[in-house]
Design a protein around this ligand. Structure first.
Ligand code: GLC
Ligand code: GLC
Length: 811
């Protein structure tokens, strides 16, 4: 069952009913101002930091779960309705929610009045614009009231949700014509305020929630809306809001456009005030002057469209498979940008108050957006390197506002350091900017400790080398990629956090997964040493040799102690017992080392690789994707950690943890199996799951983190959509391995691995300064032709100054 459809022409997903199984959201904003918006207009807005600069309030665990933010009430004679359906939820004669690239449009109608509400965050403006167009489609004159409402969050979202003895006293507002200002705490330490404005004269307003709603009513039936009379309330403490009332007289056929702007302003300390207690409104007025007319709004929307065209234009495909096209050309890349902007902070599954930027998460996200925003990726890499410690280990998280490592969570996730090599190497392959290796970054954000990025990478690799266990495999520390394998934790206290508790020194438990990472990224580090010795503050040739040797040794260790007969082992626990072995009662096979060992080339020549991927297919792969492990753990075992805290089939305990499915798909391409590889890709790719949206439940245009696995009662159900490393890895998978357009240090490698059903595909790839128009088709004479010349091999060397390049590939 579907709840809408893809409008490929407009690059939109069109939702045709407000009653999607879960909030189906979109993200507005691409710089500092962000909003979440659901298919009924719910969500919230914030400036840069979803916890510390929350602008509008969101109620956690509320029902319906997506109320809030932009609320509009239309009173048309007897009829009362909302153009986005919520909050009034009156039945509509027409409803569509079009989620597009950085904007959302609601189209609705009732009693001969049609509404179109376009919501977006303009480029270069810290605000959300809501353009509401009403058209009278009857033969009679209509007298209409439009009432808006936004509930302010008192900035710190966590305080706002719990510290009422304070917050009920601090709320302050100012009213100036049609602009309603929120200035709580501005008198003291804040130098920012928010405002909600409309480009019309008001016939009424409210700024106090209780006055607006009435004592017994909610947002779906505000007393002042029911009585068609705003109270003119001025909030003093309690819960400040902003609500406008605008009256319209619409003749038959007449339309009216209203422009609402929810904005944010920051001022230097000395310019904060106009007079005692009167805020300086200049920045707000300046911002509002940019969105007074419908022409201005239209231009801002065009600018937004151009912005996305530029970003997405760097990779596109015409393949004959609509689902593939829409994933690659629009939604997957779009989601990669969302993870770039928001990491794991704010979604309907992430509260915006919890995790900062995850170290490994951000490193991996980068693999998916580096081709779109290379300059910003460069800065991100240096920020990440700055939270590395002198011994090469890393803080597991850092705070986006301060860019400092998060000491509460600490480090010791022993996979973290290696991801820094993964992202730096990927950046250099994309841009050719090897000079980044010489760029200084401090350790532990401490000024004075700066060392070139190259040295940071060396310490990453050296950290693993220096932390090996009894089998010569890397020690796992608190956990590796799988946050729930906590072999050194032994927690029996429900009030303890698995992520921070550790009760043993951890000199025994080893990870085959980190071993695979070490082989793959250790070799990539060695390659950087060979290519760019001029940037190395160390003997590059020696380091290259060291890590090439170490990688080869590690490969031997994996085959000697990390191979279980039919698949790769997952780990050894703190007692040296095998995890992920046929000898185990539960958790016999894990997906992560299968994909990653093959990606690292382990057992490719000797046959273990093929066996491992066949075992994955046999034991883990289902219609809804490939599960993380099998059989799931039925009991909680303190020796394993958080993994057994989840019921069977959920999260790390045997769901389809989408993030790692691309690894298996990539591995299949490396063994030359396009059908298997594509199967692994398509099973979790949202567009391919659209037909059973009722089972999957999350948005059919965004990857989710987990899908309930084969042992779960709700198999096939997705959770935690949007902010997942799946986006980046799925894009790496489809762009570099299935479509096979792969940046390398030598040039652009073209190695498509596509099922027989694809007879020909056209790919456009902008790489460095060149636009490559690549045609792939099947034929006898396999090979690559570049601008009419057949080349040796399949790597097109980068040529400076070349603007365009025609490539024909026969497969
Ligand atoms: C979550 C975390 C990620 C981790 C994964 C598996 O997605 O953000 O860092 O690798 O879970 O536990
Ligand atoms: C829990 C989750 C895991 C996530 C981690 C970090 O362990 O199961 O997916 O990565 O928390 O917040």
């Amino acid at each position: 069952m579907k709840y809408g459809f893809f409008d490929d022409q407009r690059k939109e997903y069109v939702i045709e009913t407000p009653a999607t199984p879960l909030p189906w959201i979109n993200y507005l904003g691409s710089e500092d101002f962000f909003s979440i918006i659901s298919q009924t207009g719910g969500g919230y807005s914030f400036y840069r930091d979803a916890k510390l600069r929350r602008l509008t309030r969101y109620r956690y665990n509320s029902v319906p779960s997506d109320t809030g933010s932009r609320m509009y009430y239309i009173a048309d004679g007897e009829a009362l309705w909302s153009p986005a359906f919520a909050p009034l939820r009156a039945p509509l004669e027409r409803f569509a929610c079009r989620h597009g690239l950085g904007y959302t449009v609601f189209e609705s109608a009732k009693n001969g009045l049609s509404a179109q509400l376009t919501c977006f965050v303009p480029i270069g403006a810290p605000c959300e614009v809501n353009h509401l167009v009403l058209t009278n489609q009857t033969d009679a004159v209509k007298e209409i009231d439009v009432v808006s409402a936004a509930e302010w969050c008192l900035w710190n979202a966590q305080e706002d949700a719990q510290n009422f003895q304070r917050t009920y006293n601090t709320g302050e507002v100012e009213i100036d014509g049609s602009t309603l200002y929120h200035k709580t705490e501005y008198r003291e330490r804040r130098n920012h305020y928010a405002f909600f404005a409309v480009n019309r004269e008001l016939t009424g307003f409210d700024t106090d929630r209780e006055a607006f709603l009435g004592r017994m009513n909610g947002w779906d039936s505000p007393q002042s809306v029911l009585e068609r009379k705003s109270r003119g309330s001025v909030a003093h403490g309690w819960t400040p809001i902003a609500s406008h009332r605008v009256h319209l007289t619409l003749k038959p056929g007449e339309r009216a456009g209203l422009i609402f702007v929810l904005g944010y302003a920051e001022l230097p300390q000395e310019e904060k005030w106009e007079a005692l207690d009167v805020i300086n409104k200049e920045p707000a007025k300046k911002l509002l002057s940019r969105f007074q007319s419908e022409e201005q709004v239209a231009l801002a929307l065009e600018e937004l469209a151009r912005y996305w065209e530029r970003l997405l234009g760097r990779f596109s495909v015409v393949s004959g498979d609509d689902k593939l096209n829409r994933m690659v050309n629009v939604w997957n890349q779009y989601q990669c940008m969302v993870t770039f902007n928001l990491s794991r902070s704010a979604s309907f599954f992430e509260s915006g108050m919890g995790r900062g930027m995850g170290f490994r998460d951000s490193c991996q996200d980068l693999l998916g957006f580096v081709h779109m925003v290379p300059e910003r990726a460069r800065q991100r890499i240096l920020d990440l390197a700055s939270v590395q410690l002198e011994d090469g280990s890393c803080y597991h998280q850092y705070q986006p506002l301060t860019k400092k490592g998060n000491a509460d969570v600490g480090g010791d996730f022993n996979d973290d350091p290696l991801w820094l090599i993964a992202c730096a190497a990927s950046y250099i392959r994309e841009t050719g900017d090897a000079a980044i290796l010489a760029e200084p970054a401090p350790f532990n954000s401490a000024p004075g400790t700066e060392a070139p990025l190259f040295e940071h990478l060396r310490r990453s690799a050296a950290f693993t080398a220096g932390h090996l266990g009894p089998h010569g495999l890397p020690l796992i520390g608190r956990a590796d990629w799988n946050d729930c394998l906590n072999f050194n934790c032994f927690s029996t206290d429900p009030d303890e956090n698995f992520q921070t508790a550790s009760n043993t020194v951890g000199e025994v438990a080893e990870s085959v997964f980190i071993a695979a990472m070490y082989i793959l990224y250790g070799k990539q580090f060695a390659e950087l040493c060979r290519r760019f010795p001029e940037y190395a503050p160390f003997d590059a040739a020696e380091q290259a040799r060291r890590f090439e040797t170490a990688a080869a040794e590690m490969e031997r260790s994996v085959l000697a102690s990390g191979w279980d007969g039919e698949w790769f082992l997952r780990a050894y626990d703190a007692f040296g017992d095998k995890i992920g072995s046929s000898e185990c009662a539960e958790g016999k096979i894990f997906i992560e080392p299968q994909g990653f060992c093959v990606m690292a080339g382990v057992g490719v020549k000797t046959g273990e690789a093929r066996k491992a991927l066949d075992s994955v297919m046999r034991l883990l792969t289902t219609k809804y994707g490939t599960c993380l492990l099998w059989p799931a753990y039925s009991v909680y075992d303190k020796r394993l950690g958080e993994i057994g805290s989840y019921p069977r089939g959920y999260k790390e305990n045997g769901s389809v943890f989408c993030h790692n499915n691309p690894w298996v798909s990539i591995a299949e391409t490396m063994l030359g199996n396009p059908e298997n590889a594509f199967g692994h890709y398509a099973r979790i790719a949202p567009a391919y799951t659209e037909d059973f949206s009722d089972i999957r439940r999350v948005e059919p245009y965004a990857y989710c983190q987990t899908i309930a696995g084969q042992e779960a009662p709700t198999q096939g159900e997705g959770k935690n959509s949007w902010l997942t490393g799946t986006a980046a890895w799925a894009f790496v998978n489809v762009s570099q391995y299935l479509l096979g357009v792969r940046p390398t240090l030598d040039g652009l490698e073209i190695a498509p691995c596509l099922p027989a059903a694809f007879q020909s595909v056209e790919i456009t790839r902008v790489w460095r300064d060149t636009k490559y128009s690549i045609t792939v088709f099947r034929g006898e004479e396999i090979g690559v032709t570049v601008d009419g010349q057949k080349i040796e091999g399949n790597i097109i060397p980068h040529k400076k100054g070349r603007k365009e390049c025609e490539v024909r590939v026969v497969i």
